[in-house]
Design a protein around this ligand. Structure first.
Ligand SMILES: C[S@@+](CC[C@H](N)C(=O)[O-])C[C@H]1O[C@@H](n2cnc3c(N)ncnc32)[C@H](O)[C@@H]1O
Length: 326
């Protein structure tokens, strides 16, 4: 009997030792430990990745694209920029914000040709330095002002209601939250001011069988360029919910003989190896290029007779204005 009790006691002690050993092993794996190389790297925010991407790749972009980093463009890039002055509606005396400004190629051109003042923001420190050089080379220091910052949080950089126009030239699609960017733009835009977005959007599959190919290529773009290619209908839902007036939505109307045919992005892919198309036969072109123009409505009694009267009335109702005053 005694030997049985002794045996049970010994096996209990051994079990206990075993449990303690396993627990301490587990703890040593999961506890923070600088020497533990198995530890996952701390999570990077998507903005950090975009900044890193442009800090590393801006020299290559400059080699291939020059000062205007837009893939959908004209053979003579000034034709594209002149078109954009017209579509954004930039005029002398206006104050505009270039959100995702690259090295300020467009901003300097717009300021000089249209006579407006431009604040420019980019997430990349390297681009800020290159932009400052470009601004100085062109004597535009009194018209173009560049800074490092995140367009998800424009109100941290600029006063509310301060811009006549905010434009995004192939930059909006980098956003981790397109909705947040539109909300942020709303805050710093003057009532009556314009948001202009030129970008690529996920293509709708004409045939069901094309959908997986589109999805695969969108994933490739997103990971290679740190993009988040927007879905147009989702953007429109937010635009309408927020209260922007959808002034226009269209395919970018560049005449065929002027169109550069996206060869520049192939050149960039050749130079850097980024997102090179390996098999053209299987490749599905995954995006459409659109331009959107939105207006932040001026809301109030003084706007009662504007052509956006119905929108004005709706928002005045939301703000509890008495109906007799509408
Ligand atoms: C394809 S480049 C276009 C540059 C410029 N619009 C042009 O036409 O030359 C995209 C730009 O968006 C900027 N960008 C991306 N995410 C951003 C963010 N969260 N805040 C500010 N800029 C951002 C990048 O730093 C880069 O300058």
């Amino acid at each position: 009997m005694t030997w049985l009790i002794a045996l049970i006691a010994i096996s209990l002690v051994l079990n206990l030792v075993f449990v303690i050993m396993i627990a301490s092993l587990k703890y040593s794996r999961s506890a923070p430990n600088a020497e533990n190389t198995d530890m996952p790297a701390p999570a990077r925010s998507p903005e950090m990745d975009v900044a890193k991407f442009y800090n590393e790749q801006t020299d290559n972009f400059l080699k291939v694209y020059g000062n205007v980093i837009q893939a959908f463009r004209t053979k003579n890039v000034n034709t594209l920029l002149d078109y954009q002055i017209g579509t954004i509606g930039l005029k002398s005396g206006m104050k505009a914000l270039d959100a995702g400004c690259g090295v300020c190629g467009p901003a300097v051109y717009f300021a000089q040709q249209a006579g407006c003042t431009i604040e420019a923001i980019t997430i990349s420190r390297v681009q800020v330095e290159k932009a400052k050089e470009h601004i100085a080379r062109n004597g535009a220091e009194d018209r173009v002002f560049v800074r490092e910052g995140d367009y998800h949080n424009l109100e941290a950089c600029y006063p509310e209601n301060s811009f006549d126009a905010i434009y995004f030239l192939e930059s909006f699609g980098h956003a981790k939250s397109h909705e947040q960017v539109l909300d942020s733009a709303w805050k710093v835009l003057k009532p009556g001011g314009v948001v202009y977005i030129k970008d690529l959007f996920i293509k709708k599959a004409a045939l069901k069988g094309m959908a997986p190919g589109i999805e695969k290529e969108i994933q490739n773009i997103n990971s290679a360029y740190h993009y988040n290619v927007p879905e147009l209908n989702r953007i429109l839902d937010h635009v309408r919910k927020k209260g922007y007036i959808l002034s226009s939505l269209k395919t970018i109307d560049i005449p065929l003989e002027e169109f550069e045919n996206l060869t520049i992005s192939n050149d960039f892919q050749e130079l850097t190896g980024i997102n090179k198309i390996e098999n053209l036969r299987e490749y599905v072109f995954p995006v459409d290029f659109f331009e959107l123009k939105l207006i932040k409505p001026a809301i109030g009694l003084a706007s009662g007779n504007s052509r956006y009267f119905l929108q004005n009335m709706y928002f005045m109702q939301i703000q509890n204005w008495p109906e007799k005053d509408l």
